[in-house]
Design a binder for this molecule. Sequence first.
Ligand code: NAI
Length: 248
Amino acid sequence: MMDEMRVALVTGAARGIGRAIALALAQPGIMIYINDVANLDEAALTQKGVEDKGAKARVVTFNVADAGAVQQAVDEIIKESGRLDILVNNAGITRDNLIVRLKEAEWDQVLDVNLKGAYHCIRAVSKPMLKQRYGRIINISSVVGLMGNPGQANYVASKAGLIGLTKAVARELASRHITVNAVAPGFIQTEMTASLPEKTRAEMLAQIPLSRFGTPEEVAQAVVFLASDTAAYITGQVIHVNGGMLMV
Ligand code: NAI
């Protein structure tokens, strides 16, 4: 890979897409900090999988919605590893409800984790990245952030917001060789989508030209590309991994 050790932080990496991202980034020469706030048994399995691929790994438990906890964790990473090259803002939640019934708490919880959490992490890593004149920031948005989806006003707003955040920060940090991009997955087979009613799943499938849900690994490959040195000339972009469901 490269001469120096690379250091990555993946949020919400205990399971699902975050775990697949940590595993796909794993190779000798990289240290991966696996963040989560729950599912800690699963986080330990992610760590084992990453180490099995020859990378170093550590689980860092914090809530991305807690600004102080994020800053403290990033400070500790810098103290321990001396740098932070790759941030993947993957932690995300849903609290679905139709707009007429959408409670303020449901709005706040989703925005606090999905959008504000990314802001906290980006703010905390940008200082060390500016100093080292290198960085890769990848935000996990969603196809619904571009298309909309009934019953998900809070989630859709957070995922559309992430795209705006991506573009603004990409412009701010570009002069120091820090790229900031988003990946917008379509419907991916994870615990998050497993709970969907059968009728909804069938309706979703009918909209996907490739006629299947995607896998976490397929999302992870787009992240690995954006995180690589090869992607140095790509910033402020959204890569769509959605089976053709939305073509932009
Ligand atoms: P998941 O629910 O399987 O995993 C998310 C992980 O994030 C969980 O382990 C959870 O504990 C963690 N997390 C939640 N809140 C957190 C917080 N405040 N701080 C730290 N960690 C936290 O979800 P999945 O499906 O793997 O989704 C990952 C990301 O991909 C999310 O941002 C989601 O919105 C996005 N996405 C998922 C799609 C899908 O079809 N599964 C489609 C498009 C986007």
